[in-house]
Design a binder for this molecule. Structure first.
Ligand code: BES
Ligand code: MN
Ligand code: ZN
Length: 514
Protein backbone atom coordinates (compact mmCIF):
# COMPACT_ATOMS: atom_id res chain seq x y z
CA UNK A 1 0.00 0.00 0.00
CA UNK A 2 1.07 3.49 -0.81
CA UNK A 3 0.55 6.49 1.45
CA UNK A 4 0.84 10.14 0.48
CA UNK A 5 0.47 13.31 2.47
CA UNK A 6 -1.02 16.64 1.41
CA UNK A 7 -1.98 19.81 3.22
CA UNK A 8 -5.64 20.47 2.38
CA UNK A 9 -8.58 22.29 3.86
CA UNK A 10 -11.72 20.22 4.45
CA UNK A 11 -13.38 21.78 1.40
CA UNK A 12 -10.37 20.94 -0.78
CA UNK A 13 -10.28 17.39 0.56
CA UNK A 14 -13.85 17.05 -0.74
CA UNK A 15 -12.67 17.64 -4.29
CA UNK A 16 -9.83 15.09 -4.31
CA UNK A 17 -10.37 12.33 -6.88
CA UNK A 18 -10.58 9.27 -4.67
CA UNK A 19 -13.08 6.39 -4.60
CA UNK A 20 -13.91 6.97 -0.98
CA UNK A 21 -13.02 9.49 1.67
CA UNK A 22 -12.80 8.95 5.42
CA UNK A 23 -13.08 12.13 7.47
CA UNK A 24 -11.76 11.75 11.02
CA UNK A 25 -13.80 14.19 13.03
CA UNK A 26 -13.00 15.00 16.65
CA UNK A 27 -15.87 15.57 19.11
CA UNK A 28 -14.96 19.12 20.03
CA UNK A 29 -15.18 20.46 16.47
CA UNK A 30 -18.76 21.52 15.84
CA UNK A 31 -19.82 21.33 12.17
CA UNK A 32 -20.41 24.65 10.50
CA UNK A 33 -24.03 24.77 9.30
CA UNK A 34 -23.19 27.65 6.96
CA UNK A 35 -20.14 25.96 5.38
CA UNK A 36 -19.84 25.98 1.59
CA UNK A 37 -18.61 22.42 1.52
CA UNK A 38 -21.41 19.89 1.97
CA UNK A 39 -19.93 17.55 4.58
CA UNK A 40 -20.12 20.00 7.48
CA UNK A 41 -23.73 20.80 6.55
CA UNK A 42 -24.70 17.13 6.27
CA UNK A 43 -23.02 16.32 9.60
CA UNK A 44 -24.84 19.25 11.23
CA UNK A 45 -28.12 18.03 9.75
CA UNK A 46 -27.62 14.47 10.95
CA UNK A 47 -26.82 15.74 14.43
CA UNK A 48 -29.93 17.96 14.39
CA UNK A 49 -32.13 14.95 13.44
CA UNK A 50 -30.50 12.93 16.21
CA UNK A 51 -29.18 10.39 13.69
CA UNK A 52 -25.51 11.05 14.42
CA UNK A 53 -23.54 12.00 17.50
CA UNK A 54 -19.95 13.14 17.78
CA UNK A 55 -19.10 10.15 19.97
CA UNK A 56 -16.05 7.88 19.61
CA UNK A 57 -16.55 5.27 16.87
CA UNK A 58 -19.79 6.81 15.47
CA UNK A 59 -19.91 6.90 11.66
CA UNK A 60 -22.01 8.76 9.12
CA UNK A 61 -22.06 7.34 5.63
CA UNK A 62 -22.70 9.73 2.71
CA UNK A 63 -23.16 8.27 -0.77
CA UNK A 64 -23.17 10.03 -4.14
CA UNK A 65 -23.70 13.47 -2.68
CA UNK A 66 -23.57 16.55 -4.88
CA UNK A 67 -20.36 18.48 -4.31
CA UNK A 68 -18.39 15.43 -3.18
CA UNK A 69 -15.83 14.06 -5.60
CA UNK A 70 -15.65 10.69 -3.85
CA UNK A 71 -18.65 8.41 -4.37
CA UNK A 72 -18.57 7.40 -0.72
CA UNK A 73 -17.68 9.66 2.17
CA UNK A 74 -17.59 8.30 5.70
CA UNK A 75 -17.38 10.70 8.61
CA UNK A 76 -15.95 8.85 11.62
CA UNK A 77 -15.82 10.46 15.03
CA UNK A 78 -12.42 10.10 16.67
CA UNK A 79 -13.41 11.72 20.03
CA UNK A 80 -10.31 13.67 21.10
CA UNK A 81 -7.96 12.13 18.50
CA UNK A 82 -6.27 9.80 20.99
CA UNK A 83 -4.59 6.87 19.17
CA UNK A 84 -7.03 4.31 20.63
CA UNK A 85 -10.01 6.41 19.55
CA UNK A 86 -8.54 6.88 16.10
CA UNK A 87 -8.17 3.11 15.87
CA UNK A 88 -11.86 2.56 16.71
CA UNK A 89 -12.90 5.28 14.27
CA UNK A 90 -10.86 3.77 11.43
CA UNK A 91 -12.16 0.27 12.17
CA UNK A 92 -15.73 1.56 12.13
CA UNK A 93 -15.14 3.53 8.91
CA UNK A 94 -13.60 0.53 7.16
CA UNK A 95 -16.53 -1.58 8.34
CA UNK A 96 -18.77 0.65 6.20
CA UNK A 97 -16.42 0.71 3.21
CA UNK A 98 -15.07 -2.84 3.07
CA UNK A 99 -17.81 -4.28 0.85
CA UNK A 100 -16.96 -1.78 -1.90
CA UNK A 101 -14.10 -1.93 -4.34
CA UNK A 102 -12.05 0.97 -3.04
CA UNK A 103 -8.72 1.46 -4.78
CA UNK A 104 -7.88 5.02 -3.83
CA UNK A 105 -8.94 6.19 -0.41
CA UNK A 106 -8.76 9.70 0.95
CA UNK A 107 -8.21 10.20 4.67
CA UNK A 108 -8.77 13.68 6.00
CA UNK A 109 -8.05 14.69 9.58
CA UNK A 110 -10.22 17.52 10.91
CA UNK A 111 -8.58 19.59 13.65
CA UNK A 112 -5.10 18.96 15.00
CA UNK A 113 -3.36 15.94 13.41
CA UNK A 114 -0.56 14.27 15.37
CA UNK A 115 2.28 11.96 14.38
CA UNK A 116 0.95 9.14 16.55
CA UNK A 117 -2.60 9.73 15.37
CA UNK A 118 -1.68 9.51 11.69
CA UNK A 119 0.40 6.39 12.23
CA UNK A 120 -2.40 4.78 14.18
CA UNK A 121 -4.97 5.75 11.53
CA UNK A 122 -2.90 4.26 8.71
CA UNK A 123 -1.83 1.13 10.53
CA UNK A 124 -5.35 0.34 11.73
CA UNK A 125 -6.69 0.93 8.23
CA UNK A 126 -4.07 -1.45 6.85
CA UNK A 127 -4.91 -3.99 9.55
CA UNK A 128 -8.65 -3.77 8.93
CA UNK A 129 -8.28 -4.09 5.15
CA UNK A 130 -5.75 -6.96 5.24
CA UNK A 131 -6.68 -10.47 4.32
CA UNK A 132 -4.55 -13.56 3.88
CA UNK A 133 -4.73 -15.04 0.38
CA UNK A 134 -1.60 -17.09 -0.36
CA UNK A 135 -2.99 -20.61 -0.05
CA UNK A 136 -6.51 -19.93 -1.35
CA UNK A 137 -7.30 -21.14 -4.86
CA UNK A 138 -9.66 -18.21 -5.56
CA UNK A 139 -8.27 -15.37 -3.49
CA UNK A 140 -10.25 -12.16 -3.13
CA UNK A 141 -7.43 -9.71 -3.60
CA UNK A 142 -7.36 -6.47 -1.66
CA UNK A 143 -8.28 -3.58 -3.94
CA UNK A 144 -7.03 -0.78 -1.69
CA UNK A 145 -3.68 0.40 -3.07
CA UNK A 146 -3.40 4.08 -2.31
CA UNK A 147 -4.22 6.27 0.68
CA UNK A 148 -4.19 10.01 0.20
CA UNK A 149 -3.78 11.53 3.66
CA UNK A 150 -4.62 15.18 4.23
CA UNK A 151 -4.65 17.54 7.17
CA UNK A 152 -5.31 21.23 7.49
CA UNK A 153 -1.74 21.99 8.49
CA UNK A 154 1.63 20.90 7.21
CA UNK A 155 4.53 19.87 9.39
CA UNK A 156 7.68 17.93 8.53
CA UNK A 157 6.83 15.45 11.28
CA UNK A 158 3.44 14.69 9.74
CA UNK A 159 4.99 13.95 6.35
CA UNK A 160 7.63 11.84 8.10
CA UNK A 161 4.90 9.99 10.03
CA UNK A 162 3.19 9.02 6.77
CA UNK A 163 6.48 7.80 5.26
CA UNK A 164 7.17 5.77 8.41
CA UNK A 165 3.64 4.39 8.46
CA UNK A 166 4.09 3.06 4.94
CA UNK A 167 7.29 1.23 5.91
CA UNK A 168 5.70 0.02 9.14
CA UNK A 169 2.72 -1.41 7.27
CA UNK A 170 5.04 -3.14 4.79
CA UNK A 171 6.93 -4.70 7.72
CA UNK A 172 3.79 -5.67 9.62
CA UNK A 173 2.26 -7.25 6.52
CA UNK A 174 5.38 -9.25 5.78
CA UNK A 175 5.30 -10.53 9.37
CA UNK A 176 1.59 -11.37 9.07
CA UNK A 177 2.08 -13.12 5.76
CA UNK A 178 4.79 -15.45 7.04
CA UNK A 179 3.13 -16.11 10.37
CA UNK A 180 -0.19 -16.92 8.66
CA UNK A 181 1.30 -19.32 6.14
CA UNK A 182 0.68 -22.94 7.08
CA UNK A 183 3.76 -24.76 8.38
CA UNK A 184 4.13 -26.75 5.14
CA UNK A 185 4.33 -23.44 3.29
CA UNK A 186 6.62 -21.78 5.84
CA UNK A 187 9.49 -24.15 6.60
CA UNK A 188 12.86 -23.04 8.02
CA UNK A 189 14.17 -23.13 4.44
CA UNK A 190 11.35 -20.84 3.27
CA UNK A 191 12.09 -18.38 6.08
CA UNK A 192 15.76 -18.32 5.11
CA UNK A 193 14.85 -17.66 1.47
CA UNK A 194 12.59 -14.82 2.57
CA UNK A 195 15.36 -13.30 4.68
CA UNK A 196 17.67 -13.46 1.67
CA UNK A 197 15.13 -11.84 -0.60
CA UNK A 198 14.51 -8.98 1.87
CA UNK A 199 18.25 -8.39 2.01
CA UNK A 200 18.93 -8.58 -1.72
CA UNK A 201 19.63 -5.23 -3.30
CA UNK A 202 19.34 -3.59 0.11
CA UNK A 203 21.59 -2.03 2.64
CA UNK A 204 22.03 -5.27 4.51
CA UNK A 205 23.50 -8.73 4.42
CA UNK A 206 21.99 -12.11 5.06
CA UNK A 207 23.85 -15.27 5.94
CA UNK A 208 22.16 -18.64 6.40
CA UNK A 209 23.70 -21.50 8.38
CA UNK A 210 22.55 -25.10 7.99
CA UNK A 211 22.88 -28.18 10.24
CA UNK A 212 26.62 -28.61 9.63
CA UNK A 213 27.57 -25.04 10.52
CA UNK A 214 25.29 -25.06 13.54
CA UNK A 215 26.89 -28.30 14.77
CA UNK A 216 30.31 -26.73 14.33
CA UNK A 217 29.24 -23.80 16.50
CA UNK A 218 28.24 -26.26 19.21
CA UNK A 219 24.58 -25.22 19.39
CA UNK A 220 23.59 -28.40 21.21
CA UNK A 221 20.31 -27.02 22.58
CA UNK A 222 19.08 -25.78 19.19
CA UNK A 223 20.13 -29.06 17.55
CA UNK A 224 18.30 -31.10 20.18
CA UNK A 225 15.01 -29.48 19.19
CA UNK A 226 15.72 -29.94 15.48
CA UNK A 227 16.78 -33.59 15.69
CA UNK A 228 13.21 -34.93 15.54
CA UNK A 229 12.30 -32.92 12.45
CA UNK A 230 12.65 -34.06 8.84
CA UNK A 231 12.84 -30.42 7.69
CA UNK A 232 16.43 -29.22 8.07
CA UNK A 233 17.10 -26.41 10.53
CA UNK A 234 18.27 -22.96 9.49
CA UNK A 235 20.08 -20.30 11.48
CA UNK A 236 19.48 -16.94 9.81
CA UNK A 237 21.76 -13.95 10.37
CA UNK A 238 20.65 -10.55 9.03
CA UNK A 239 22.82 -7.44 9.35
CA UNK A 240 21.61 -3.92 8.71
CA UNK A 241 24.28 -1.20 8.99
CA UNK A 242 22.74 2.25 9.02
CA UNK A 243 25.27 3.87 11.36
CA UNK A 244 29.03 4.06 11.68
CA UNK A 245 30.77 0.71 12.13
CA UNK A 246 31.91 1.87 15.59
CA UNK A 247 28.28 1.99 16.73
CA UNK A 248 27.36 -1.18 18.69
CA UNK A 249 24.36 -2.93 17.12
CA UNK A 250 21.03 -3.88 18.60
CA UNK A 251 20.50 -7.63 18.16
CA UNK A 252 16.96 -8.94 17.60
CA UNK A 253 16.51 -12.67 18.17
CA UNK A 254 13.28 -14.19 16.85
CA UNK A 255 11.99 -17.62 17.87
CA UNK A 256 11.46 -19.50 14.62
CA UNK A 257 9.63 -22.72 15.48
CA UNK A 258 7.76 -23.22 12.20
CA UNK A 259 5.59 -25.85 13.87
CA UNK A 260 5.46 -26.78 17.55
CA UNK A 261 3.88 -30.19 18.07
CA UNK A 262 5.48 -30.32 21.50
CA UNK A 263 7.80 -33.14 20.38
CA UNK A 264 7.70 -36.28 22.53
CA UNK A 265 5.95 -34.22 25.26
CA UNK A 266 3.24 -33.80 22.66
CA UNK A 267 0.55 -31.15 22.79
CA UNK A 268 -3.17 -32.04 22.82
CA UNK A 269 -4.91 -31.99 19.40
CA UNK A 270 -7.24 -29.06 20.07
CA UNK A 271 -5.95 -25.87 18.42
CA UNK A 272 -2.63 -27.50 17.62
CA UNK A 273 -2.88 -25.91 14.17
CA UNK A 274 -2.18 -22.58 15.87
CA UNK A 275 1.34 -23.76 16.56
CA UNK A 276 2.17 -22.76 12.98
CA UNK A 277 2.33 -19.31 14.59
CA UNK A 278 5.24 -20.38 16.79
CA UNK A 279 7.56 -18.52 14.44
CA UNK A 280 5.83 -15.20 15.14
CA UNK A 281 9.02 -13.85 16.73
CA UNK A 282 11.02 -14.73 13.61
CA UNK A 283 8.33 -13.18 11.40
CA UNK A 284 8.51 -9.95 13.41
CA UNK A 285 12.29 -9.79 12.95
CA UNK A 286 11.83 -10.20 9.18
CA UNK A 287 9.15 -7.50 9.26
CA UNK A 288 11.42 -5.08 11.13
CA UNK A 289 14.20 -5.63 8.57
CA UNK A 290 11.78 -5.02 5.74
CA UNK A 291 10.89 -1.65 7.30
CA UNK A 292 14.56 -0.82 8.03
CA UNK A 293 15.38 -1.43 4.38
CA UNK A 294 12.81 1.16 3.39
CA UNK A 295 13.52 3.81 6.01
CA UNK A 296 17.30 3.40 6.34
CA UNK A 297 17.52 4.81 9.86
CA UNK A 298 20.87 5.57 11.44
CA UNK A 299 21.26 2.42 13.59
CA UNK A 300 23.01 -0.90 13.30
CA UNK A 301 20.80 -3.94 13.75
CA UNK A 302 21.51 -7.66 13.69
CA UNK A 303 18.68 -10.16 13.30
CA UNK A 304 19.11 -13.76 14.44
CA UNK A 305 16.56 -16.47 13.72
CA UNK A 306 16.98 -20.04 14.92
CA UNK A 307 14.41 -21.85 12.75
CA UNK A 308 13.23 -25.46 13.04
CA UNK A 309 10.16 -27.59 13.54
CA UNK A 310 9.59 -29.28 16.92
CA UNK A 311 8.46 -32.81 16.05
CA UNK A 312 8.18 -36.27 17.64
CA UNK A 313 10.25 -38.98 15.97
CA UNK A 314 12.27 -42.09 16.73
CA UNK A 315 15.32 -39.87 16.77
CA UNK A 316 13.68 -36.97 18.62
CA UNK A 317 15.07 -35.64 21.88
CA UNK A 318 13.46 -37.36 24.90
CA UNK A 319 12.40 -36.03 28.31
CA UNK A 320 15.38 -36.42 30.61
CA UNK A 321 17.99 -36.07 27.86
CA UNK A 322 20.87 -33.79 28.77
CA UNK A 323 22.42 -31.58 26.08
CA UNK A 324 25.27 -29.08 26.05
CA UNK A 325 24.40 -25.58 24.90
CA UNK A 326 26.76 -23.34 22.93
CA UNK A 327 27.52 -21.49 26.19
CA UNK A 328 28.87 -24.75 27.67
CA UNK A 329 26.01 -24.99 30.20
CA UNK A 330 24.36 -28.39 30.22
CA UNK A 331 20.55 -28.57 30.11
CA UNK A 332 18.25 -31.34 31.27
CA UNK A 333 15.32 -31.35 28.83
CA UNK A 334 12.49 -32.39 31.14
CA UNK A 335 9.79 -31.30 28.73
CA UNK A 336 10.38 -31.26 24.97
CA UNK A 337 7.53 -28.78 24.59
CA UNK A 338 9.64 -26.11 26.30
CA UNK A 339 11.66 -25.90 23.08
CA UNK A 340 11.58 -22.16 22.46
CA UNK A 341 14.04 -21.41 25.24
CA UNK A 342 16.34 -24.14 23.88
CA UNK A 343 16.64 -22.62 20.43
CA UNK A 344 16.84 -19.10 21.87
CA UNK A 345 19.58 -19.80 24.42
CA UNK A 346 22.06 -20.75 21.69
CA UNK A 347 21.07 -17.75 19.57
CA UNK A 348 21.60 -15.51 22.63
CA UNK A 349 25.09 -16.95 23.10
CA UNK A 350 25.77 -16.37 19.40
CA UNK A 351 24.69 -12.71 19.88
CA UNK A 352 27.73 -12.08 22.14
CA UNK A 353 30.06 -11.88 19.14
CA UNK A 354 28.41 -8.66 17.95
CA UNK A 355 29.32 -6.82 21.21
CA UNK A 356 25.77 -5.46 21.15
CA UNK A 357 24.42 -2.38 22.94
CA UNK A 358 21.25 -4.40 23.55
CA UNK A 359 19.78 -7.81 22.73
CA UNK A 360 16.02 -8.24 22.46
CA UNK A 361 14.50 -11.65 21.93
CA UNK A 362 10.96 -12.01 20.64
CA UNK A 363 9.15 -15.28 21.20
CA UNK A 364 5.77 -16.97 21.39
CA UNK A 365 7.30 -18.55 24.45
CA UNK A 366 4.69 -19.52 27.03
CA UNK A 367 1.00 -20.27 27.36
CA UNK A 368 1.44 -18.84 30.86
CA UNK A 369 2.00 -15.38 29.38
CA UNK A 370 -1.38 -15.64 27.65
CA UNK A 371 -2.93 -16.38 31.04
CA UNK A 372 -1.11 -13.45 32.65
CA UNK A 373 -1.64 -10.70 30.05
CA UNK A 374 -4.11 -12.00 27.46
CA UNK A 375 -4.03 -10.60 23.94
CA UNK A 376 -3.62 -6.95 24.93
CA UNK A 377 -0.04 -6.45 26.10
CA UNK A 378 3.13 -8.33 25.26
CA UNK A 379 5.13 -9.60 28.26
CA UNK A 380 8.34 -7.62 28.76
CA UNK A 381 11.19 -9.03 30.83
CA UNK A 382 14.47 -7.18 31.21
CA UNK A 383 17.55 -7.15 33.34
CA UNK A 384 18.19 -3.56 32.28
CA UNK A 385 15.96 -0.73 33.53
CA UNK A 386 16.94 1.71 30.78
CA UNK A 387 16.23 -0.79 28.01
CA UNK A 388 12.96 -1.76 29.69
CA UNK A 389 11.85 1.88 29.81
CA UNK A 390 12.83 2.45 26.18
CA UNK A 391 10.73 -0.54 25.12
CA UNK A 392 7.80 0.49 27.30
CA UNK A 393 7.86 3.97 25.77
CA UNK A 394 8.11 2.54 22.26
CA UNK A 395 5.09 0.38 23.06
CA UNK A 396 2.98 3.30 24.24
CA UNK A 397 4.04 5.54 21.34
CA UNK A 398 3.23 2.91 18.71
CA UNK A 399 0.12 1.51 20.36
CA UNK A 400 1.87 -1.89 20.29
CA UNK A 401 2.05 -2.10 24.06
CA UNK A 402 3.90 -4.30 26.56
CA UNK A 403 3.93 -4.79 30.32
CA UNK A 404 7.01 -5.36 32.44
CA UNK A 405 7.16 -8.60 34.40
CA UNK A 406 9.50 -9.49 37.30
CA UNK A 407 12.80 -11.39 37.16
CA UNK A 408 13.61 -11.99 40.85
CA UNK A 409 16.20 -14.71 41.29
CA UNK A 410 13.83 -16.61 43.57
CA UNK A 411 11.83 -17.48 40.46
CA UNK A 412 14.78 -19.55 39.19
CA UNK A 413 14.60 -22.05 42.10
CA UNK A 414 12.47 -24.52 40.16
CA UNK A 415 14.96 -24.71 37.28
CA UNK A 416 17.49 -26.59 39.42
CA UNK A 417 18.46 -30.03 38.14
CA UNK A 418 20.32 -32.95 39.66
CA UNK A 419 21.58 -34.10 36.27
CA UNK A 420 22.57 -30.87 34.49
CA UNK A 421 23.45 -27.24 35.19
CA UNK A 422 19.85 -26.28 34.62
CA UNK A 423 16.48 -27.85 33.70
CA UNK A 424 14.43 -26.45 30.85
CA UNK A 425 11.22 -26.25 32.90
CA UNK A 426 10.15 -25.38 36.43
CA UNK A 427 6.68 -25.95 37.90
CA UNK A 428 3.41 -24.52 36.59
CA UNK A 429 3.57 -21.38 38.73
CA UNK A 430 4.75 -18.16 37.02
CA UNK A 431 5.53 -20.09 33.84
CA UNK A 432 6.36 -17.02 31.74
CA UNK A 433 8.77 -15.77 34.42
CA UNK A 434 10.60 -19.07 34.86
CA UNK A 435 11.02 -19.27 31.06
CA UNK A 436 12.57 -15.80 31.13
CA UNK A 437 14.79 -16.81 34.06
CA UNK A 438 16.07 -19.70 31.96
CA UNK A 439 16.93 -17.32 29.08
CA UNK A 440 18.56 -14.82 31.44
CA UNK A 441 21.34 -17.34 32.19
CA UNK A 442 22.56 -16.85 28.63
CA UNK A 443 22.54 -13.04 28.62
CA UNK A 444 25.19 -12.14 31.18
CA UNK A 445 27.39 -10.10 28.84
CA UNK A 446 24.87 -7.58 27.46
CA UNK A 447 21.76 -5.52 28.20
CA UNK A 448 18.88 -7.87 27.46
CA UNK A 449 15.13 -7.81 27.09
CA UNK A 450 12.71 -10.59 26.28
CA UNK A 451 9.29 -10.04 24.69
CA UNK A 452 6.85 -12.92 25.22
CA UNK A 453 4.33 -12.47 22.39
CA UNK A 454 2.42 -15.74 22.97
CA UNK A 455 -0.79 -13.74 23.55
CA UNK A 456 -0.26 -10.93 21.05
CA UNK A 457 1.26 -12.46 17.89
CA UNK A 458 -2.02 -13.85 16.59
CA UNK A 459 -5.76 -13.84 17.18
CA UNK A 460 -7.67 -17.09 17.70
CA UNK A 461 -11.26 -17.97 16.89
CA UNK A 462 -13.31 -16.58 14.00
CA UNK A 463 -10.82 -13.76 13.33
CA UNK A 464 -7.87 -16.17 13.42
CA UNK A 465 -4.80 -14.50 12.01
CA UNK A 466 -1.42 -13.02 12.70
CA UNK A 467 -1.27 -9.47 14.07
CA UNK A 468 2.24 -8.53 12.93
CA UNK A 469 3.08 -7.59 16.53
CA UNK A 470 5.53 -6.45 17.85
CA UNK A 471 6.92 -4.96 14.61
CA UNK A 472 5.41 -1.59 15.60
CA UNK A 473 7.03 -1.58 19.03
CA UNK A 474 10.45 -2.67 17.73
CA UNK A 475 10.50 -0.24 14.82
CA UNK A 476 9.51 2.62 17.13
CA UNK A 477 12.33 1.65 19.50
CA UNK A 478 14.91 1.52 16.70
CA UNK A 479 13.76 4.79 15.09
CA UNK A 480 13.98 6.52 18.46
CA UNK A 481 17.53 5.19 18.90
CA UNK A 482 18.39 6.45 15.41
CA UNK A 483 17.06 9.88 16.30
CA UNK A 484 19.33 9.97 19.33
CA UNK A 485 22.38 8.99 17.28
CA UNK A 486 24.28 12.21 16.61
CA UNK A 487 24.36 13.05 12.92
CA UNK A 488 27.76 12.65 11.33
CA UNK A 489 28.43 15.73 9.20
CA UNK A 490 27.69 14.88 5.60
CA UNK A 491 26.32 16.36 2.43
CA UNK A 492 23.11 15.54 0.65
CA UNK A 493 21.05 14.98 3.77
CA UNK A 494 17.83 16.90 4.18
CA UNK A 495 17.10 18.72 7.44
CA UNK A 496 14.17 16.41 8.06
CA UNK A 497 16.34 13.35 7.51
CA UNK A 498 18.92 14.63 9.96
CA UNK A 499 16.28 15.41 12.54
CA UNK A 500 14.60 12.05 12.35
CA UNK A 501 17.74 10.01 11.91
CA UNK A 502 16.25 8.67 8.71
CA UNK A 503 18.53 8.92 5.75
CA UNK A 504 17.45 10.44 2.49
CA UNK A 505 19.67 8.68 0.01
CA UNK A 506 22.04 5.74 0.19
CA UNK A 507 24.79 8.21 -0.70
CA UNK A 508 24.79 9.61 2.81
CA UNK A 509 25.50 6.18 4.26
CA UNK A 510 29.13 6.20 3.11
CA UNK A 511 29.43 9.78 4.23
CA UNK A 512 28.00 8.80 7.60
CA UNK A 513 30.68 6.18 8.05
CA UNK A 514 33.55 8.57 7.40
N1 BES B 1 4.94 -22.31 21.72
C1 BES B 1 4.58 -22.70 23.02
C2 BES B 1 3.95 -21.58 23.82
C3 BES B 1 2.53 -21.23 23.47
C4 BES B 1 1.48 -22.05 23.83
C5 BES B 1 2.25 -20.05 22.84
C6 BES B 1 0.18 -21.70 23.53
C7 BES B 1 0.95 -19.68 22.55
C8 BES B 1 -0.08 -20.51 22.89
C9 BES B 1 5.82 -23.15 23.79
O1 BES B 1 6.80 -23.79 23.05
C10 BES B 1 5.35 -24.12 24.82
O2 BES B 1 4.89 -25.15 24.44
N2 BES B 1 5.49 -23.77 26.08
C11 BES B 1 5.04 -24.58 27.14
C12 BES B 1 6.08 -24.56 28.23
C13 BES B 1 5.84 -25.58 29.30
C14 BES B 1 6.08 -26.97 28.76
C15 BES B 1 6.77 -25.29 30.43
C16 BES B 1 3.70 -24.04 27.63
O3 BES B 1 3.53 -22.81 27.67
O4 BES B 1 2.83 -24.83 27.92
MN1 MN C 1 6.43 -25.86 22.85
ZN1 ZN D 1 6.87 -23.29 21.09
Amino acid sequence: MNFEFQKLSLSHAMTASVDALVVLWPSQVQPDTQAVEPVSRLVAQAIAYGDFELKAGAVLSLYSQPGLAARHVVVACSADHQPGQIRSAMQAAWGVLKAGKIKRLGLHVVGEASVQGLQMALSSLADASYSYTTTLSKPKARTLKQVQVSATHDRVELRQAVVQAQALVAGVELAKEWANRPANHATPTHLAETAKSIASGRAFKCEVLGPKEVAKLGMGAFMAVAQGAAEPLRFIVLRYNGAAATQAPVVLVGKGITFDSGGISMKPAAEMDEMKYDMGGAASVLGVFKALGELKPRVNVVGLIPATENMPDGLAVKPGDVVTSMSGQTIEILNTDAEGRLVLCDALTYAERFKPQAVIDIATLTGACVIALGAVRTGLFSSDDVLALQLQHAGEASGDTCWRMPLDDDYAEGLKSRFADVANVAGRAAGSVTAAKFLQRFTKSFAWAHLDIAGTAWRSGAAKGATGRPVGLLLQYLLTLAQETPAVKSHGKSKAAVKSGVKGKAKSRTAGKA
